[in-house]
Design a protein around this ligand. Structure first.
Ligand code: C5P
Length: 217
């Protein structure tokens, strides 16, 4: 079986950064499952689909013309890497992600990313639903304020618009939807290594995850 490290957590917990660094260190593949939901949200909005209508969204999810190429995300061949990083795209993602049918339609796509020599997958349900047998599961968390500040800096670095109080509100709203939904709610997987990253540097978190990986693999 292909080894998998599942890294889950709320938005801005650092899981994406850590997953990419762990994958780089180990020479493994990396799956940013949030990007998949973001592309789906963007595609649905562009087609002016009703984000509350599971039927049309399931059809779109099953045929989504998405490709992950090196560091780029393509939708219908168009580079949407930066477009999907806005908070608006994050909110659209969290709306399409509540539908169980949509999640099921994306399951096979995500599992096929588990290829040798290994996969580091980050998201909300990597350890609970998509890769429940992953030998190493991590759950990263941080206070909403710390997470909003990280998002703020990321957006500013990319030259995108950002407002800190609005980001805190949006993060709280997205957390609530992700934690309270019936289908694959955000929760700590059994046996997961839980890290509160509020006061930790990226290097400190990375070291803890790599230490755990050395013990498990
Ligand atoms: O991780 P990221 O912030 O990019 O994810 C965007 C949204 O996609 C999340 O707020 C969540 O609603 C949804 N998502 C999900 N399951 C995943 C990854 C993301 O429901 N595995």
């Amino acid at each position: 079986m292909v080894p998998v490290i599942a890294i889950d957590g709320p938005s801005g917990s650092g899981k994406g950064t850590i997953a990419a660094l762990v994958a780089e260190r180990l020479g493994w593949h990396c799956l940013d499952s949030g990007a998949l939901y973001r592309v789906l949200g963007l595609a649905a909005e562009r087609r002016r689909l009703d984000l509350d209508d599971p039927l049309v969204l399931v059809e779109l999810a099953a045929t989504l013309p998405v490709a992950f190429e090196a560091q780029r995300v393509l939708l219908d061949g168009e580079d949407v890497t930066n477009l999907i990083r806005t908070e608006a795209a994050g909110l659209a993602a969290s709306r399409v992600a509540v539908h169980r049918g949509v999640r099921d339609a994306l399951l096979g796509w995500q599992r096929r990313m588990a290829r040798p020599p290994g996969l580091v997958a980050d998201g909300r349900d990597m350890g609970t639903v998509v890769f429940p047998d992953a030998p190493l599961k991590c759950f990263l968390d941080a206070s909403p304020e710390a997470r909003a500040m990280r998002r703020y800096k990321q957006l500013k670095e990319k030259g995108l618009d950002a407002n800190l109080p609005t980001l805190v509100e949006e993060i709280r709203a997205r957390d609530q939807r992700d934690r309270e939904r019936a289908a694959a709610p955000l929760r700590v997987a059994d046996g997961a290594l839980v890290l509160d990253t509020t006061a930790l540097s990226i290097t400190q978190v990375l070291d803890q995850v790599l230490d755990a990986a050395r013990r498990v693999f």
